[in-house]
Design a protein around this ligand. Structure first.
Ligand SMILES: Nc1ncnc2c1ncn2[C@@H]1O[C@H](COP(=O)(O)OP(=O)(O)OP(=O)(O)O)[C@@H](O)[C@H]1O
Length: 609
């Protein structure tokens, strides 16, 4: 074990943990909601939410302002829906549009507009394929091929009044267009924008220009939209279609669009075997749809819910892959901000796919995030105690530690605490979550490293790839002659695919992280953290420090899972977060009961008001 692991570990004994546990109070569970089990529910036919279920941010005012998509950072730049751009594709890319339709580019995850260019050289099958958000005509008779050549096009009239300014993006590159679904519920999706989708299968647009992608069964509802299976009846390929209804004068819709747009902006630049692949997006008169790689196994949360805690080899295997995805993401100075079991998908071969990038954010060397985003139980202390200090990529490392505990126990850490009590415990105590005794020393050490309260002390995702807990497993996989997946026990799953051009081996991929442009991000030090503290004041600070007006319009992330087991009072109350307003009042720190339960069908999961 490298010495720095030991140094960083801040070795804790079992007794320490035991002592910490004794100091905790336990607040009972008040209810359970379904998480991924939402899939069994019929999808809503309308957005129906009068308020966002959860925007997962505390940034003031952002929930209602579609202009200025992201109010969370000091960058203060928008995350616009892409604006129309000239369509200059060859024949196989665009076959029709209307006077009211537009091909619009999706660029810039954060408005910072820097280093994404480095993605250009990477490819994973279909990764060189880019798509646009496409405004689709409402009815077929309005299709006019001439419209395709327009240099600009008005945005969808449903989005009038909504700032979709993308001037900050500075991109005018043309993207290939996605295949829109033809759906019984989406009669407008008749304009065809041919492109490859789902792994470089070439154009899947019929000669008539009609999409072969059909919206299929409802997979589940997230905070900001519904997810359906998509099927191409010609190719037999599947995708996941994430959909948000477009209602221009509806705050919920705006918030959902903002969030989905954020996801498009980030995902469209990523290409990695452990990150759900973005295929394209499409704006119709009624919906904004995002086409994603379909991952049929469901989320880690769902697996935990159905099968119980994972064994250590599985945890090792999954953690290695999550880390690989995170290292790639962080190498692009992008932070996920909502790492948790519910946002990590597993394919039938046990391959991990990070998903749900609605919270993801690009950070630069000169900026950091100051808003309050994420899911409470997986949230890093510095996020909760966001007292103008800001935070960086290390928040994902903390959340990874929480996710490992989640995999080991089928509960998130701190689940014995409710609402503000949990936030307080994470943000304002010196405790660390209990680490199950049955885990190996390597696993415990790894978790402790991730859960160091000081973000500066947390290893980076790159460094963690070298940890014995990961290395042992990675070596075992690399040495496996028959690399095909044989079992689901974590010991013999498919090795990571070659993700980048020019990289020759899995080992190489694991051990040679991409260049990180920011010193702050690559190896956050105290010095860097000090630099961060000099940044402008956050519009929204910690809910534990200042329970004032700044929290109006701020939202907490839904802690998706309903971890509760027979005879077990976890204290983790998903209802609080999943369906009820999460009200933080001045007395909330003292009186957790100020979190009020809402009717189960309440549209909003959690919200600070
Ligand atoms: N690419 C995908 N392939 C298969 N299923 C998916 C895919 N993306 C999402 N899902 C499923 O769709 C459902 C909704 O996912 P979504 O990411 O919108 O929200 P979530 O992560 O469940 O919740 P939240 O947005 O509140 O974090 C989940 O059950 C998820 O497992």
């Amino acid at each position: 074990m490298p010495t720095w692991w030991v140094k960083k570990c801040g070795t804790k004994t079992k007794d320490d943990n035991h002592h910490q546990n004794k100091t905790r109070g336990v607040i009972n569970t008040r209810g359970i909601i379904t998480g991924d089990n939402k899939t069994s529910v019929d999808p809503p036919t309308t957005p129906s939410r009068s308020t966002p279920r959860c925007s997962r941010e505390f940034a003031g005012g952002s929930s209602s302002a579609f202009s200025g998509f992201d109010s969370d950072s000091i960058e203060k730049k928008c995350h616009p829906l892409p604006r129309p751009s000239v369509s200059s594709f060859p024949n196989d890319h665009v076959t029709g549009s209307t006077s009211g339709s537009a091909s619009v580019s999706s660029v810039s995850s954060s408005g910072s507009g820097d280093d994404h260019g480095q993605l250009g050289g990477f490819s994973r099958g279909n990764c060189d394929v880019k798509f646009n958000v496409v405004a689709v005509p409402r009815s077929p008779e309005r299709v006019s091929p001439k419209a395709v050549a327009r240099p600009t096009s008005p945005l969808h009239n449903r989005l009038s009044g909504v700032s979709l300014d993308s001037s900050s993006t500075g991109s005018s590159e043309c993207h290939r267009l996605p295949l829109p679904p033809t759906s019984p519920t989406s009669p407008s999706a008749v304009s065809v924008h041919g492109s490859r989708i789902g792994g470089g299968g070439g154009s899947e647009t019929s000669s008539l220009g009609f999409s072969k992608w059909k919206k299929g069964k409802f997979l589940g509802a997230g905070t900001f939209g519904q997810v359906y299976q998509g099927f191409n009846s010609e190719k037999g390929k599947m995708c996941a279609i994430k959909e948000v209804r477009v209602i221009s004068d509806d705050k919920t819709s705006k918030e959902c669009l903002k969030q989905l747009n954020q996801e498009i902006n980030v995902l469209s630049k990523l290409c990695h075997p452990n990150i759900v692949q973005y295929h394209g997006s499409e704006l119709s008169e009624e919906t904004l749809s995002v086409y994603l790689e379909y991952v049929s196994g469901g989320s880690i949360y769902k697996l935990l819910h159905e099968y119980g805690p994972f064994t250590e080899p599985v945890i090792q295997n999954y953690t290695r892959q999550i880390l690989a995805g995170l290292a790639y993401l962080h190498g692009r100075n992008t932070v996920h901000r909502d790492i948790k079991g519910a946002n990590i998908l597993v394919d039938p071969n046990g391959e991990i796919k990070l998903a749900d990038f609605g919270m993801a954010k690009h950070v630069t060397a000169y900026s950091t995030m100051l808003s309050f985003k994420g899911s409470p139980y997986w949230m890093a202390p510095e996020v909760i105690m966001n007292n103008n200090d800001g935070y960086t990529l290390a928040v994902d490392v903390w959340s990874l530690g929480c996710t490992i505990l989640e995999m080991a126990t089928a509960k998130p850490p701190w689940s014995q605490f409710e609402g503000v009590a949990a936030l307080f415990k994470i943000g304002n105590s010196k405790d660390t979550p209990e680490i199950p005794d049955h885990l190996s020393n390597d696993a415990k050490n790894f978790i402790r490293l991730c859960l160091q309260r000081s973000p500066a002390l947390r290893p980076t995702a790159f460094q963690l790839l070298e940890h014995p807990f990961i290395r042992v497993h990675a070596t075992r996989v690399a040495n496996t002659k028959d690399a095909s997946p044989r079992s689901f026990d974590g010991s013999c799953t498919q090795p990571l695919r070659e993700p980048y051009r020019g990289r020759s081996s899995h080992e190489n991929y694991l051990t040679q992280p991409l260049a990180v442009s920011s010193r702050v991000i690559k190896n956050p030090s105290r010095e860097n953290m000090r630099a961060i503290t000099s940044l402008p004041v956050s519009p929204c600070s910690s809910p534990l420090r200042q329970l004032g007006p700044a929290y109006k319009s701020c939202y907490l992330s839904p802690p998706h899972p309903s971890y509760s087991f027979p005879g077990q009072d976890s204290g983790y109350n998903p209802v609080e977060f999943a369906v009820s307003p999460f009200r933080v009042k001045k007395d909330a720190m003292i009186e957790p009961s100020s979190f009020r339960l809402q009717p189960p069908n309440s549209p909003m999961r959690s919200r600070l008001v």
